[in-house]
Design a protein around this ligand. Structure first.
Ligand SMILES: NC(=O)C1=CN([C@@H]2O[C@H](COP(=O)(O)OP(=O)(O)OC[C@H]3O[C@@H](n4cnc5c(N)ncnc54)[C@H](O)[C@@H]3O)[C@@H](O)[C@H]2O)C=CC1
Ligand SMILES: O=C(O)[C@@H]1CCC=N1
Length: 275
């Protein structure tokens, strides 16, 4: 039998996870969500057929698992508003918030709380997500498997042995879908400049991204070798790759990912206690 899960905050990330769970066969009756915005609650109920509530503390009373899916800036006040119920009912807490450390969440919830801090990504919606997980010292082995089971319904899962590594996961797979969307946007725009219509440019850009990722996942070859296999000497790809390398693409990626990681640390320092 499925555990009952309540999502606090029914925005983009919660909806991706809810969609992934339902697609994997999770019992809808066991999933609920809260959100202060009425239109958001109605839309989530309509899309997923789950119950939504306005009152966080009331909604989590029956929950075995509470997923904190609000913005990092809202997390402290949300935790304080549910701390009495958490202390009484002792659900497993799963946080998806970027940056915010489990020690801070534990303190805001009143202490001694089992918390699995995670960093999922929005492709969870189509069960192609990637999630990093870290368990604090109050999490039992059984709760660890429960958290993994839930996130696995939405894609692959990877446990990290140090909490700080979740900030690297954030910079890679948490924010990563946006990097690929940006790249696909840019490829589509340029393809139109080169003479393709919008629909054709869109389809070819997306199928190319999908094919490349699927091929790399299924291949025994590394990404550098797969790239070289596309690059004929003195051919078209070589010119494009030279153009990327000359423009410093590797450094651009390095700077962007380090900026994301730094922001995760900054968020934790700004909104929680200093590490
Ligand atoms: N969007 C993404 O790709 C990812 C987001 N995250 C994390 O997920 C969390 C949520 O992000 P998004 O879903 O993108 O934001 P969002 O803004 O789409 O969703 C947050 C939801 O929380 C609701 N909310 C605000 N105050 C609330 C309260 N007091 N009680 C209950 N709900 C409340 C808002 O109305 C909104 O619907 C963040 O902490 C973020 O770091 C993690 C991984 C990826
Ligand atoms: O941009 C953000 O802060 C969140 C965390 C990872 C993806 N979106």
């Amino acid at each position: 039998m499925h555990s009952s899960i309540c999502f606090i905050g029914a925005g983009n990330m919660a909806q991706s996870l809810i969609g992934g769970l339902i697609a994997s066969g999770y019992d809808k009756q066991k999933i609920s969500a809260t959100d202060p915005t009425e239109s958001q609650r109605n839309s989530v109920t309509q899309t997923f057929g789950i119950q939504c509530f306005a009152d966080n503390a009331q909604a989590i009373n029956q929950a075995d698992i509470v997923v904190l899916a609000v913005k990092p800036q809202t997390l402290e006040s949300v935790c304080e508003s549910i701390s009495d119920s958490v202390q009484t009912n002792t659900p497993l807490i799963i946080s998806v918030a970027a940056g915010i450390r489990s020690d801070d969440i534990n303190r805001w919830l009143g202490g001694q709380t089992a918390i699995v801090r995670t960093m999922p990504n929005t492709p969870a919606l189509i069960q192609t997500g990637a999630t990093g997980l870290f368990a604090n010292s109050f999490v039992t082995t059984e709760q660890q498997s429960q958290a993994e089971h839930i996130l696995r319904a939405a894609g692959i899962t990877v446990w990290v042995d140090e909490e700080a590594k979740l900030d690297a996961v954030t910079a890679l797979s948490g924010s990563g879908p946006a990097y690929y969307f940006l790249f696909m946007e840019a490829m589509e725009q340029t393809a139109q400049q080169l003479g393709l219509d919008e629909k054709t440019a869109h389809l070819l850009a997306l199928q190319t991204a999908l094919g490349s990722a699927k091929m790399a996942l299924e291949s025994h070859l590394d990404c550098a070798t797969l790239r070289k296999n596309v690059t004929s000497p003195n051919g078209t790809t070589e010119r494009a790759i030279q153009s990327f390398e000359n423009a410093g693409l590797r450094e651009i990626v390095e700077n962007a990912m380090k900026a994301a990681q730094n922001r995760a640390v900054e968020l934790a320092d700004e909104l929680g206690g200093k590490a």
